[in-house]
Design a protein around this ligand. Structure first.
Ligand SMILES: [Zn+2]
Length: 310
């Protein structure tokens, strides 16, 4: 046998080994996933809020899993948000955008990447939103923008604090300018929350980047983060190539971002409910005190002007 035949045989062997590797779908449907110490049962991870017992990695979770942890299992109501027309630009690259949407909906059982829910923590009614990274990388298009604005409006109408768990790569290129306009729209919506004196708490999750960081996600009254989450605008390699300097190991991780002052507090997933609950008690008390003080001041002024008039 000459060397060419040998090489061909090795090639065939490699092919069979590669074929035996499970597909992404098979991994998603399996009972197992992997972390630092190899395979781990999804059930075990779920029992620990999807956080690894050994290395503390906070695994990515869906919106429903997020609400289950935050509000308690099924202790919340998912709100139906408006879904605008799919694919307004008739986008097609290696695959049609409509097909990508169809696949993402089937995979995540969500209509768009953002989900809004209402629930209650410590007797405080809350409107909360989350993004699912599995829905086209958690990117923001028109449906996601509408969902966020719907959530904000719901919070204002019901005088609920608004809590948001962002993640995702930024604006969705398949909707180009329409996706970009969601940065302005969501920013204006958050301004309405502030005008109405409604607390807005953001908890960054891994990874939050691009237009998400550059709009509604950075506008929280309090910015929390799960440990070791990537929080960035441009990627590490782009920045390194621009500034031509070595960047620290934990660059753009929540611990580093906290040192730079963009994150107030890093909170373990298991403690988020309690921490946000106590933050809200403080913020709401402060707001109601301010309101009472303001209305006292106004009534005092009114009394004085009545006296002057009489
Ligand atoms: Zn681990």
């Amino acid at each position: 046998m000459n060397w060419i035949k040998k090489v061909l045989r090795i090639g065939e062997k490699i092919k069979t080994v590669l074929k035996k590797r499970p597909t992404k779908e098979e991994v998603a449907n399996s009972d197992w996933t992997s972390c630092c110490k190899g395979p781990v049962l999804k059930k075990d991870l779920e029992n620990h809020y999807w956080v690894c017992n050994s290395c503390g990695k906070h695994h990515r979770i869906s919106c429903r899993q997020r609400f289950d942890i935050f509000f308690g299992n099924n202790n919340y109501e998912i709100l139906k948000t408006p879904i605008p027309q799919d694919d307004p630009l008739n986008w097609e690259d290696s695959k049609k955008y409509t097909d990508r949407l169809k696949d993402a909906r089937k995979k995540t059982n969500q209509e768009c990447a953002v989900m809004i829910a209402r629930g209650n923590i410590n007797g405080i009614n809350i409107t909360a939103g989350a993004i699912n990274f599995d829905f086209i990388g958690g990117s923001i298009g028109s449906a996601e923008g509408e969902a966020i604005i719907y959530g904000v409006q719901h919070a204002i109408d019901n005088k609920n604090p608004f809590i948001f768990f962002p993640c995702g790569g930024g604006q969705r290129m398949h909707e180009s300018p329409i996706a970009l306009s969601q940065m302005t729209r969501t920013t204006l919506a958050i301004n309405e929350l502030k005008k109405n004196n409604i607390p807005y708490i953001v908890c960054f999750t891994d990874p939050t980047a691009g237009g998400i960081t550059a709009s509604f996600a950075m506008l929280g009254d309090v910015a929390l983060s799960e440990p070791n989450s990537l929080i960035a605008f441009a990627g590490r390699r782009v920045i390194q190539a621009t500034v031509k300097e070595d960047l620290p190991e934990n660059f753009q991780r929540s611990e580093y971002v906290q040192e730079c002052g963009f994150v107030d507090l890093i909170v373990q997933r298991k403690d988020l409910r309690e921490k946000i609950g106590s933050l809200l008690s403080i913020l709401l008390k402060k707001n109601s005190d301010t309101n009472t003080a303001l209305s006292d001041e106004t009534s005092k002024n009114n009394q004085q002007s009545t006296k002057i008039a009489s």
